[in-house]
Design a protein around this ligand. Structure first.
Ligand code: ATP
Ligand code: MG
Length: 304
């Protein structure tokens, strides 16, 4: 067949661990203690090769995607160490998930998607065109798709269940949810992570238009950066050389997938409610290459 065979990598049996949850991309396990009981203070966070597009988890995995995302996040956590605490405990993980798993502190996750935007696009652009605001913040007139803000904006959203869309969350609602001090802390950390990210990424040829980070609380209330950070899945990466305000910028990594899915070649009607078809090998390979390219450009390392 012209389509790649294969189903998305689901959670696997890991001796010494109990599967506790699967998100769109990651499978979470609790390590078992000496008595065989799951520990409640640690999580093995395993990034699969699953990829989502147009609100579907595709049936075709992208080889090495989980490794690339895990290694890139680890690199960023280190770059951001002076700015924010992170959840990483150890990279010593079972061989079956080598390279794509990390052992982390199990945190009480903040129920807010902390989003920062350095450039106007996507949902932010739609709101601006309708009302002149982004996340309720008044912005000057004349901005266009991909305009750069003077400072990154904090544009939090609710965490919607899978299949539903996250809703923009006014800052006042964040204050109601977590209190004024924590709201300000989450906002400042989110904005600084993106600003620092762009300082590091721009000379390496990548603009990070916007990003979503997740924080959690330790038992003592300390705020810690969790999940993944500044990856192509959690952020919009743009090739710096092609940046041109006034038009839609190509998505760095998923563009091949989106272009193919919406082309006649896929035979798929986005509005039909049907599952998207399997991806052809060349789309898989081009997409994999983009993830690897982002990793190599940012870290200066070779992906192997
Ligand atoms: P969700 O699972 O919320 O629908 P998602 O599909 O993007 O989002 P994945 O990235 O696949 O989720 O899975 C990661 C899950 O692990 C998320 O629910 C995230 O909140 C959670 N998580 C990440 N880091 C931690 C941590 N240190 N402690 C507890 N949970 C965490
Ligand atoms: Mg996620």
């Amino acid at each position: 067949s012209e389509h790649s065979a294969g189903t998305p990598t689901g959670p696997i049996e890991l001796p010494g661990y109990a599967h506790v949850y699967s998100g769109k991309v990651r499978d979470l396990y609790a390590p078992l203690d000496d008595s065989g009981a799951p520990r409640d203070d640690r999580v093995l966070l395993v990034a699969s090769d699953r990829i989502s597009a147009y609100d579907y988890i595709l049936s075709t995995p992208i080889p090495d995607k989980g490794k690339v995302l895990t290694q890139l996040s680890l690199w960023w956590f280190e770059q951001l160490e002076s700015l924010v605490l992170n959840h990483i405990v150890s990279t010593d993980v079972p061989d079956a998930v080598a390279g794509r798993a990390v052992l982390v502190e199990r945190l009480d996750m903040v129920p807010i998607e902390c989003v920062a935007r350095a450039y106007l696009t996507g949902g932010g652009l739609a709101e601006y065109e309708a009302s002149g605001t982004v996340s309720g913040l008044e912005l000057p007139p004349g901005l266009v798709d991909a305009s750069k803000f003077d400072q990154p904006l904090f544009t939090p959203s609710t965490k919607a269940p899978f299949g539903e869309h996250d809703q923009p969350m006014p800052y006042a609602d964040v204050v109601t949810e977590v209190g004024a001090d924590r709201a300000a802390q989450l906002r400042d950390l989110t904005v600084r992570i993106l600003a620092r990210g762009n300082e590091i990424a721009a000379p390496r040829g990548i603009l990070i238009a916007d990003t979503k980070v997740e924080f959690g609380y330790r038992a003592d209330g300390t705020v810690v950066l969790a999940d993944e950070v500044l990856t192509p899945d959690s952020s919009r990466f743009w090739p710096a050389a092609d940046w041109e305000p006034g038009r839609r910028q190509a998505s760095y990594d998923k563009q091949f997938v989106r272009d193919w899915l919406t082309s006649p070649a896929s035979g798929w009607d986005r509005n039909s409610g049907a599952e998207p078809p399997a991806l052809p090998d060349d789309v898989v390979e081009q997409t994999r290459a983009k993830y690897v390219e982002a990793y190599e450009a940012l870290t200066g390392r070779t992906f192997s």
